[in-house]
Ligand binder design. Sequence first.
Ligand code: PNW
Length: 476
Amino acid sequence: MSLPADFLWGFATASFQIEGATKQDGRGPSIWDTFCEIEGKIAHGANGDVACDSYNRTAEDIKLLKELGAKCYRFSLSWSRIIPLGGRNDPINQKGLDHYVKFVDDLLEAGITPFITLYHWDAPDALDKRYGGLLNRTEFPLDFESYARVVFKAIPKCKNWITFNEPWCSSILAYSTGYFAPGHTSDRTKSPIGDSSREPWIVGHNLLVAHGRAVKVYREEFKPANGGQIGITLNGDYTYPWDPEDPEDVKAANRKIEFAISWFADPIYFGKYPDSMLEQLGDRLPTFTDEERALVQGSNDFYGMNHYTADYVKHKTGAAHEDDFLGNLETTSYDKNGNCIGPETQSFWLRPNPEGFRGLIVWLSKRYGYPPIYVTENGTSIKGENDLKPPEILNDEFRVKYFHDYAHALAKAVSEDGCDVKGYMAWSLMDNFEWAEGYETRFGCTYVDYEGGQTRTAKESGKQMKGLFDSLIKND
Ligand code: PNW
């Protein structure tokens, strides 16, 4: 069992979760700055004002990456640092842009390959206010295209680009459940605005088109001279039927992956939405115009895979509720025979199930023709971790085991199942702002002391990552 000699591994983060410095050097507010101000949205009223202070500690972060032995680093850009008001006719903030240019230079100097995510959920707030942000089918893709062009032009040394992180979360969690910014939902106890039956499907469509536009720009204007590759990162759990003997549960288990992943991946690889979604959602799912389809179909140089957990799936009978986004089914932690999917963590949605990682890599490879895959996130929280302090919190055995088991599952998908996985980035380089859960839930391979000046101390999981991948990668 082994991974190819050129296999890349490293860590991942996102701008709003680590940077802080939300008002420094001309950055404009993002929808997450605004969302954090609404009472009751974030645990303990936390916000991103300081976070890990990474904007002011790039040298420290690069040193940490080197110490851990990382070959690559995935991070995201804050759009509103670069274009504070976000739009294609709005001014560029040179200081914000220069910050990232230098960061990439410094990473390369340290021998670390950068993977840049253009959008990890922190849309410029001005665009949300100006025209409804991600809901706007014409303006949003054009403004995203323009922002992408500014960045591609400024950072030709970066050869690995991800347009969007987890459009499923940007659509469902932000426009259906209202759990993420900007918090739209039909539930009027949570938000005065939103239509969970329609908005998430519109947003998903617009994100696909925006992705397609940025890819076209990259391929036509930059790739010929710079080389490089570009793709989108999708998230999804693996699934098992609650009752493997029940054909309806078997179908529902597959349908859940289609609603999470194929919603985006089918248009990208096949030019159309999955039949299961068309059947359930009808005309609530937007129709691709010919121009849109041409932008979207064939727009991935690689598949970016974020993956954390698996679920058992039980089908529902009768018509789906109009706000349903799972595919008319329910998910459970135990199957019919009482088998448990995996142990609890601090995150209600996450239970480790390493076999499911291999299962999903194989599922994706078969459906999409064995594309090159980069695992752009994988990791876990630990139940009660935040109650610990150093040195106990540094000894994160649960996370060490998670990474060990998941990396071995990945290696089997490559060496035994023939899947083309080229890289792996652990979530996350360090503890950080875990969205609605604030700083309560930690995902870091490095401990961040939020009370003690944001100091970083590697946990066991961070220290063992190099040994883990060295043991799996063939040396030529
Ligand atoms: C991903 N869910 O988010 C994100 O890309 C990261 O920014 C985040 O910190 C990480 O995973 C850990 O949560 C998700 O509810 C958040 O299914 C929630 C879900 C999935 C992914």
